[in-house]
Design a protein around this ligand. Structure first.
Ligand SMILES: [Cu+2]
Length: 155
């Protein structure tokens, strides 16, 4: 089979770009510890209100400047609506939904997760600056979606 030299050149460029992207991702993943948010824990969405720790959503201090925040997302709010942490706190967010797919996003940070009924999603973020961070649902979830928000106060 004959392949035209321009086609070979074009294929080679594509392979070089692909190798570059794979190398970039690998370096970032290994050196910075990047991992995708994981839906690795299941929960019965009809029994969230009876299932610890989501039966008492809120903030728990787990160490020096380390917190765990348990959120329940439902139409059209997050519970808790506000959490307050000191500057420099590393907060691990755990979130689940009782009804439909929601989003969990704090703009201008890396906090951005999908919230799927039946699963607990989590990720951690260190709040290095004081301020009030808006936490929004960024997955359209129904007629009141635009009102679905909460606050993370860092002081
Ligand atoms: Cu929404």
């Amino acid at each position: 089979m004959h392949i035209h030299r321009y086609e070979k050149l074009w294929l080679s460029i594509g392979l070089v770009i692909l190798a570059f992207f794979i190398a970039t991702l690998s370096i970032a993943a290994l050196s910075e510890g990047f991992v995708p948010p994981s839906d690795d824990q299941s929960i019965d969405p009809t029994k969230v209100a009876q299932t610890p720790p989501f039966d008492h959503p809120g903030l728990r201090k787990v160490g020096d400047h380390a917190y765990e925040a348990y959120y329940v997302a439902h139409i059209f709010a997050f519970d808790p609506a506000t959490i307050t942490v000191p500057v420099g706190s590393r907060v691990t967010f755990y979130v689940t939904s009782t009804d439909v797919e929601h989003g969990f996003s704090i703009p201008a940070t890396a906090v951005n997760m999908m919230v799927t009924p039946g699963w607990v999603n989590s990720l951690s973020h260190t709040f290095k600056e004081a301020g009030t961070f808006l936490l929004v649902c960024n997955e359209y979830c129904g007629a009141g979606h635009q009102t679905m928000a909460a606050k993370v106060v860092v002081q």
